[in-house]
Ligand binder design. Structure first.
Ligand code: ADP
Ligand code: MG
Length: 449
């Protein structure tokens, strides 16, 4: 298939799975720019879309591509030339090479480890010190102290870095040990392939020779019972031999739906450590460390500006820094604060004071393909009640509006209606991950436009 045919086939399937609004937001102006040796490169209009595709849709996109062509092993996302051109016109010029210019080190094929992730370049703060300490101890005493070690936390907060650092550290201290790092999707696809090729016994035997087994993003095993079963056997075999097992997830074991009970209780039998959100000091320290790593520096106020505006994702901190580095290379001088603000405009969410109730209601209506009038009406139709409750929830959360105000704003409803909506959505968010994603997308709309 040509690049275009392949991507059209992917889009056709994605379109069936997500709302039209999401589809337009995330897939407009994307294309496959190359496919070679099983590696597909998807071009995106900007780094924001790039990250969303990577983090939120990467798995589905890969699955679809793989179902179309089994030779595809990897999908990479990049900010396309056209995206850069737009940036160039809008702002100050960026170098042609693009903004994300990582020193991509070779990933070892045996272990799947990337030497770039180490304990030395992992910054520790109050939000991650427990996880770091546990990981470090496990690396020094594999299989002895914390087994299994289960680390959980949100996207972009350092789970993969920490897991990989364990692997790299063990390799350094005990070069003879067999280490294997698996993103969970990869583990799943190997199980599936082994079953298909009738090599499952062989695969099992190989797994049981591992000394340190690292499984990243285990939430992706949810619902995949056959894979969980295989993992369970491997887990037990290794555990009995005092081999180290390290697992990560975006949430604690008890919150992973469709995880078989026996696997859950295995996970809970070891050490569980979480990673929270980094505080301002640590965010600044990370920016400084990363600048140093890249042999460059920036005015304190510029780094401070990033640290105070990007709060919940270390990958985004790095993204912002990359942009400044690109600017610096091109202009041979660091950007001042004003320039930095312009460069980072579309990475940094606008301060909430310019967000109004009207804007929130509009964004919610638009997101669910409803008219503003419908959201404000008293209709009891399910398709309208839920968006209305979400809008009420967001008014409270984002603007701290009072419940009587919210009631009035929604066509003169009672404040108890607003309270009920707020509590209902709050509760549902605790167990419904998809709703959380929807809310995040709505927030993007509210804050970006
Ligand atoms: P996750 O797996 O939790 O989504 P990653 O481990 O991929 O997050 O981290 C995202 C990026 O942020 C990576 O480039 C990683 O090196 C960096 N990073 C995360 N936490 C730290 C930290 N504490 N110190 C330095 N870099 C970090
Ligand atoms: Mg990760």
């Amino acid at each position: 298939m040509t690049n275009e045919e392949l991507w059209q086939a992917v889009l056709a399937q994605i379109q069936l799975k997500i709302s039209p609004a999401n589809f337009a937001t995330w897939f407009k102006n994307t294309e496959i720019v190359s496919q070679k040796d099983g590696r597909v490169i998807v071009s995106t209009p900007n780094s924001f879309v790039k990250e969303w595709l990577e983090n939120k849709y990467g798995k589905s996109i890969f699955k679809i591509l793989y179902s179309l062509d089994e030779g595809i092993k990897e999908v990479k996302y990049e900010v396309g030339k056209s995206g850069l051109k737009i940036l160039k016109r809008q702002f100050i010029s960026l170098p042609e090479s693009g903004q994300l210019e990582f020193q991509e080190l070779e990933i070892d094929r045996q272990t799947n480890l990337n030497p770039r992730y180490t304990f030395e370049n992992f910054i520790v703060g109050p939000f991650n010190e427990l996880a770091q300490a546990a990981a470090f101890a496990a690396a020094k005493n594999p299989g002895q102290l914390y087994n299994p070690l289960f680390i959980y936390g949100g996207v972009g907060l350092g789970k993969t870095h920490l897991l990989q650092a364990i692997g790299n550290e063990v390799l350094k201290i005990f070069p003879q040990k067999k280490i294997k790092y698996f993103p969970s999707e990869k583990f799943t696809s190997e199980v599936v392939r082994a079953i298909r090729n009738r090599e499952i016994e062989n695969f099992k035997m190989k797994c049981q020779k591992i000394d340190v087994l690292i499984l990243d993003d285990v939430q992706f095993l949810a619902g995949k019972e056959k894979t969980q079963e295989e993992f369970f056997h491997t887990f037990n075999a290794l555990y009995e031999k005092n081999k180290q097992i390290v697992i990560s997830s975006d949430r604690p074991p008890k919150a992973i739906p469709a995880l078989t009970e026996r696997l859950r209780s295995r996970f809970e039998g070891g050490m569980i450590a979480d990673i929270g959100y980094p505080d301002y000091e640590t965010r600044l320290a990370i920016l400084k460390a990363k600048s140093q790593e890249r042999k460059t520096d920036f005015p304190e106020e510029v780094l401070g500006y990033i640290a105070s505006n990007i709060q919940r994702n270390i990958r985004e901190l790095e993204g912002a820094l990359n942009r400044l580095i690109a600017y610096r290379k091109l202009n041979n001088q660091p950007p001042d604060l004003e320039t930095a603000k312009t460069l980072l405009k579309n990475l940094i969410i606008a301060p909430s004071k310019i967000v109004s109730a009207k804007k929130i209601i509009q964004a919610v209506a638009e997101f669910y393909d409803l008219k503003e009038k419908e959201i404000l009406s008293s209709s009891r139709k399910k398709e309208i009640v839920k968006p209305r409750q979400i809008a009420m929830y967001l008014l409270r959360k984002e603007l701290n509006s009072s419940f009587p105000f919210i009631g009035r704003r929604f066509g003169g409803k009672d404040h108890t209606t607003a309270i009920h909506a707020y509590e209902k959505i709050g509760k549902e968010l605790e167990k419904n991950e998809q709703l959380e994603e929807e809310l995040n997308l709505i927030r993007e709309r509210i804050f970006s436009g």
